[in-house]
Design a binder for this molecule. Structure first.
Ligand code: NAD
Ligand code: DAU
Length: 351
């Protein structure tokens, strides 16, 4: 079936994996990637598919209502998969304003434009909002996040994502806009910007720089390989029930310090260094303000109702991730040559 689909944030980490999957798999769809290429957006993530006839890129800031409306006039989308966001918790602590603009206002601009468009195709319309498990707060006393867990966002990032989830549901209720939302745990894999824990650690071990571990490294995250998230997005977009929420997770909890030690051992082996030598780089630094202790997702609804499950083990995913970063030195060098050094110095000092 012919469809015209907007994917926002397609030059970012998860978005680029979603774009690649859809462009390769759905040759009848026109896939439009709208991204304004912030520090986190990189068209270099898409060079293998950017000449495909079913792919188009438009540089659009979703905060700019007129630009969003012109985009919907040009394409008359029947589906939207919305990933564009400011995504890094630490940046939301130092400068929350961008998070309010992009994550809340940007989402509302897209919802309003989608509400008003007359789609070109007969396909069932759907606005699919990609959200995070952080909207549920912090699991201080055990248990798992389910789709019924009450919202309790605790950082400017998670509060902005929670607000955007509420706006999506409000448009669904008020304007009868068909929507789905998914809330996913921490992703890892190729093309992740090295401000996030896993690529930052890989990069620092490679260049024998200190590895900053916040607090005592006791915080726990549930890690999912990015291509498994892209597969979940595919199945939810095509088979998810409008109005529903689906949790996505890896059933794969790690304490930060254990994860960093695991990465040290993988990197020592791959780089031919003495076993244990990279652990000397671990440095405990001042904790993140308001640092959520534990996230853990119950994804049984998605698994039972739509038949999704992770396809790679954590061991396989980590091997693939480390190999990708070691094989793509040029990608990493380009990323860290820009404003990254300034950001790094402000965040961590000149370690
Ligand atoms: P990312 O920071 O790597 O990429 C975000 C992309 O959005 C970039 O390409 C950037 O240029 C673009 N963007 C930012 N502001 C924009 C604006 N105003 N207009 C247009 N484009 C803009 O993010 P990511 O890690 O790939 O996350 C993608 C989505 O998935 C986000 O909505 C995030 O909240 C959600 N999410 C991420 C994770 C994770 O572990 N990374 C987990 C769960 C949910
Ligand atoms: O849970 C989903 C969320 O996961 C997404 O919504 C966010 O977009 C994504 O950035 C991620 O948020 P986290 O804050 O969990 O990811 P981050 O990689 O920044 O940090 C992971 C853990 O590691 C967290 O407990 C903080 C810690 N950390 C992070 C960095 C960057 C360190 O100890 N040292 C570091 O240098």
């Amino acid at each position: 079936m012919k469809r015209t689909i907007l994917i926002t944030g397609g030059a970012g980490f998860i978005g680029s994996h979603v774009i690649r999957r859809f462009v390769k798999k759905y040759s009848d769809y026109t896939i439009v990637n709208a991204d304004n290429l912030t520090y986190a957006g990189n068209l270099g993530n898409l060079t293998d598919i950017d000449r495909e006839p079913n792919y188009k890129f438009r540089k659009v800031d979703i905060v700019d209502k007129k630009a969003v409306s012109a985009l919907f006039d040009e394409f008359r989308f029947d589906g939207v998969i919305h990933l564009a966001a400011e995504s890094h918790v630490d940046r939301s602590i130092t400068s929350p304003d961008e998070f309010i603009l992009t994550n809340i206002l940007g989402t509302v601009n897209l919802l309003a434009a989608f509400r008003d468009v007359k789609p070109e195709s007969d396909a069932a319309r759907l606005f699919y909002h990609i959200s995070t498990d952080e909207v549920y707060g912090s699991l201080e006393h055990g248990g798992f996040f389910t789709e019924q867990t009450p919202y309790d966002p605790r950082s400017p990032y998670s509060a902005s994502k929670a607000s955007s989830d509420h706006m999506v549901r409000a448009f669904g209720n008020t304007y009868k806009l068909p929507f789905v939302i998914s809330n996913c745990s921490n992703n890892y894999g190729p093309n992740q910007f090295p401000e996030k824990l896993i690529p930052l650690t890989i990069n620092n071990i490679k260049s024998k720089r200190q590895i900053p571990v916040y607090g005592k490294g006791e915080n726990i995250r549930d890690w999912l390989y990015v291509e498994d998230h892209a597969a979940a997005i595919d199945v939810i977009f095509h088979k998810g029930n409008p109005g529903e929420t689906y949790n996505v997770g890896g059933d794969n909890e790690w304490k930060n310090i254990d994860l960093v030690r695991l990465m040290c051992s993988i990197m020592d082996r791959k780089l031919g260094r003495n076993a244990g030598s990279s652990e000397n780089l671990i440095t405990f630094v001042t904790d993140r303000a308001g640092h959520d202790l534990r996230y853990a997702i119950d994804s049984s609804k998605l698994q039972k109702e739509l038949g999704w499950k992770p396809s790679v083990t954590f061991e396989q995913g980590m091997e693939m991730t480390v190999d990708w970063y070691l094989a793509n030195e040029k990608w990493l060098a380009t990323i860290i040559s820009g404003d990254y050094s300034k950001y790094y110095e402000e965040m961590y000092g000149n370690r």
